[in-house]
Write a protein that binds this ligand. Structure first.
Ligand code: FES
Ligand code: FES
Length: 151
């Protein structure tokens, strides 16, 4: 089986996997970074969102062979101690309900704020429309992103 060198949350990992194994399964099953969730497996829900070279990417669609040499960040690497402004705003607004979608939501929002620190309502809606929440926490997500954008 081929070997891949990955850089995840500023740490180096070497994994064995088939070329077309989704990064999501390598993160969860081999590296045990289980904050990244499986929702749909076809790029439609956003639960598996991570950062690849600073951009929000659906890890269910990215093959491990495509991820080699990239700078990958998961929810576990977003901050060392949950002090990212979005994590603080998520707490302040008590955003999660069941929580399943929330790491993907935060990773999408973090990529948005990195590229656009003061997004408009329309910017937020356009970016976050690809992240589904079956609990309907959308209003609190938007409020939290706005709070984080002011910090
Ligand atoms: Fe990747 Fe749904 S699990 S987008
Ligand atoms: Fe339950 Fe979003 S908080 S799916």
């Amino acid at each position: 089986m081929p070997t891949f060198n990955l850089k995840i949350n500023n740490k180096a990992y070497t994994v064995e996997a088939d070329m077309d194994t989704p990064l999501l399964w390598v993160l969860r099953d081999q590296i045990e970074l289980v904050g990244t969730k499986y929702g749909c497996g076809i790029g439609q829900c956003g639960a598996c969102t991570v950062h690849v070279n600073g951009n929000a990417v659906r890890s269910c669609l990215l093959q491990v062979s495509q991820a080699e040499g990239m700078d990958i960040t998961t929810i576990e690497g977003l901050s060392e101690d949950a002090t990212h402004p979005l994590q603080q705003a998520w707490l302040e607004h008590d955003v999660p309900q069941c929580g399943y979608c929330q790491s993907g939501q935060i990773m999408s929002a973090a990529a948005l704020l990195k590229n656009n620190p003061h997004p408009s309502d329309e910017d937020i809606e356009a970016t976050m429309s690809g992240n589904i929440c079956r609990c309907g926490t959308y209003i609190r997500i938007k409020q939290a992103i706005k709070t984080a954008s002011k910090s």
